[in-house]
Design a protein. Structure first.
Length: 237
C-alpha cells in the first residue's frame, strides 16, 4: 500500500511538471504576441506590460527547474521518465529565453513609440505580423508534440523553421531597400529589423524544443547533425 501511494505521488509530480511547463509556454506565447502588437500599434504601454510580465516567466523557470531537480534527487526515474525530466530541464531554459526575446521585441516597440511617425507605414509591417504568427505556431506545435510525445508533430516544427527563415530574409531585404531609398526611415526600419531577428531566434528556440521531443521519445539526440561523425546516431540507441 505505501508503494502505491508513493507511485501515485510520483505520477502526480510528473503531471504537475508537465502542466507547469505548458502554463509557462502559454505565458511566452502571450508575451510574443503582445510584443509584436506593441510594435505594430506603437503601443509603449503594452510593451511595458510585456516587460513586467517577464518576471513571472523567470519565476516559473526557477520553480520548474527546482521541481525537476527534486524529482531527480528523491526518486529513481525509469529511463523514459528520466528523458522526460531532462527534456523538461532543457525546455524550460528555451522558454525563458523566448520570454527574453519577447522583451527584446517590446523594447523595439518602445523605441518606435518615441520615434516621430512618418506619413506612410513601412510595408514589411504585415510580414512582421505573419512572422510572429509563424513563430507562435511553431511554439504551440512543439509544446503539443511534447505533451503527446508525437515525433511526427515535432518533425513538422523542424521543417517549418525553413519557412520562418525565408520570411525573415524577405523582411530583412525589404527593410534594407527602404532604408536605402529614404534615410528618414532608417531609425524605424532598424527597429523592425531587430524585431524580426528576435522573432527568427524565437523560432530557433521552438526548433530546439522539437529536437528535445525527438530525444525524449526515441532517445536519439538529433541536434547539430553537421557536427557529428558517421556512427554517432547508431551509438545512441
Amino acid at each position: 500500500m505505501p508503494t502505491t501511494h508513493t507511485d501515485k505521488a510520483y505520477e502526480r509530480e510528473l503531471t504537475e511538471l508537465r502542466d507547469r511547463l505548458l502554463e509557462m509556454g502559454g505565458l511566452v506565447e502571450t508575451a510574443i504576441a503582445s510584443s509584436v502588437r506593441a510594435v505594430i500599434e506603437r503601443d509603449a504601454e503594452l510593451a511595458e506590460r510585456v516587460k513586467i510580465g517577464d518576471r513571472e516567466i523567470n519565476r516559473m523557470e526557477v520553480d520548474i527547474d527546482g521541481a525537476c531537480r527534486r524529482i531527480l534527487a528523491l526518486r529513481q526515474p525509469a529511463a523514459s521518465d528520466l528523458r522526460f525530466i531532462t527534456t523538461a530541464l532543457k525546455i524550460v531554459t528555451d522558454l525563458e529565453r523566448m520570454g527574453d526575446l519577447a522583451v527584446n521585441v517590446a523594447e523595439r516597440a518602445t523605441e518606435m513609440a518615441h520615434t516621430p511617425a512618418q506619413p506612410a507605414t513601412l510595408s514589411p509591417m504585415h510580414d512582421l505580423a505573419n512572422l510572429a504568427d509563424l513563430s507562435e505556431a511553431q511554439l504551440k506545435r512543439a509544446l503539443d508534440a511534447f505533451v503527446t510525445r508525437d515525433v511526427d508533430k515535432a518533425e513538422q516544427v523542424l521543417h517549418g523553421d525553413e519557412l520562418l527563415d525565408a520570411l525573415y530574409l524577405k523582411i530583412f531585404n525589404a527593410l534594407l531597400a527602404i532604408m536605402m531609398e529614404d534615410s528618414r526611415n532608417i531609425r524605424r526600419a532598424t527597429s523592425l529589423m531587430f524585431a524580426a531577428k528576435h522573432l527568427e531566434r524565437f523560432g530557433d528556440h521552438a526548433t530546439n524544443l522539437a529536437e528535445m521531443v525527438v530525444y525524449m521519445v526515441r532517445g536519439t539526440d538529433i541536434r547539430h547533425p553537421r557536427s557529428r561523425t558517421p556512427g554517432d546516431a547508431d551509438a545512441e540507441h
